[in-house]
Design a protein around this ligand. Structure first.
Ligand code: ZN
Length: 317
């Protein structure tokens, strides 16, 4: 099978509770830029927030659907249970102090696969980890961030998934998607590109659990993998279909194009094109300021806006 090259994570999408709390945390504490404020295209009475570096570089995006009042997520087999964010190795002590000063629930720094990691929990209970890296990542520093450029998040580092059985997902990753196995640390098995690069990593752990958990605030909805263009996406889509998984047709998300499928263990994967990008409908210096709707939803703007809760950007008050 002719598999396209593995380019790493494109974005990770999770579910939050209160939109204001979500924004205050990811912009005000984590120092990420709100690069797009939109709605859930499948349920336009809820927001869709996109946090990233200054430009929304593919591989830096953490996006949220805030579902205020929904029941919190519960982990289980087939659920994505942690997202790793890359920061410069020497910044971990800055981050530990910063998170503690904002009353974030932080675990002690630990070592995983030879790197120092600072695990923490976001205000909705989502497990995340800041991972100290030495290498340079392609990232656009954001001067208006409350976090100094030298400490800013460089992009997505990794995702962790619980699996009832390792083998089928191992086969998908290594035989279809171009991953290389990089051994294990404790109960976690690592897969990444051949260089084990930050941003290409997924880790699996086998769990002896019958339940598959539930989605809700604090839960990670899906992880998206970078596709250079439509042709590369179609190439992988057709291979995924041939091996018996059921990819969706290509869906136009306006800022990128998406194909979704469940990996054999049940976690939702997306293949997302790098382009056209978040500056397609807003000037680069205005990203995230307006509620942006894809053109086919514009005629319902008034109705959609009226149904959404108000919030303020912590940096614009
Ligand atoms: Zn997505």
């Amino acid at each position: 099978m002719n598999t396209p090259p593995l380019r790493g994570l494109h974005h990770v999408t999770a579910i939050a509770g209160d939109p204001q709390q979500n924004l205050d945390f990811y912009v005000g504490v984590m120092g990420m830029r709100l690069v797009k404020k939109s709605v859930n295209q499948d349920s336009p009475d809820t927001y869709h927030f996109f946090f990233a570096d200054r430009d929304g570089t593919p591989g830096t995006g953490l996006t949220f659907f805030p579902w205020p009042g929904a029941r919190p997520a519960t982990p289980g087999a087939g659920k994505i249970v942690e997202v790793g964010l890359a920061v410069p190795r020497d910044s971990l002590s800055y981050w530990e102090a910063r998170l503690r000063s904002h009353d974030v629930s932080v675990n002690p720094i630990e070592e995983r696969f030879g790197r120092e990691v600072l695990p923490f929990t976001d205000p909705d209970g989502m497990a995340a980890a800041l991972v100290g890296i030495q290498e340079e990542r392609s990232f656009a520093p954001w001067d208006d961030s409350p976090v100094p450029v030298e400490h800013q998040i460089r992009g997505l580092h990794s995702a962790r998934i619980l699996e009832r059985s390792l083998k089928p997902t191992d086969t998908l990753l290594t035989r279809v998607m171009g991953f290389t196995r990089h051994g294990s640390d404790g109960e976690w098995h690592r897969y990444a590109d051949s260089e084990n690069s930050s941003g290409t990593i997924v880790e699996l752990r086998e769990v002896d659990e019958r339940g598959s958990g539930n989605w809700g605030p604090g839960g990670i909805h899906h992880i998206a993998w970078r596709m250079q263009d439509d042709a590369e996406q179609e190439q992988l889509r057709s291979i995924v279909e041939k091996v018996g998984l059921r990819p969706s047709p290509q869906i136009d998300r306006f800022w990128f194009k998406s194909v979704y499928f469940r990996e054999p263990g049940g976690a939702l994967f997306e293949l997302a094109t790098d382009g056209p990008g978040y500056d397609r409908d807003e000037a680069p210096d205005k990203l995230g300021e307006k509620l942006i709707l894809p053109p086919w939803m514009e005629e319902r703007r008034e109705q959609i806006e009226a149904a959404l809760p108000d919030f303020v950007n912590p940096l614009q008050v």
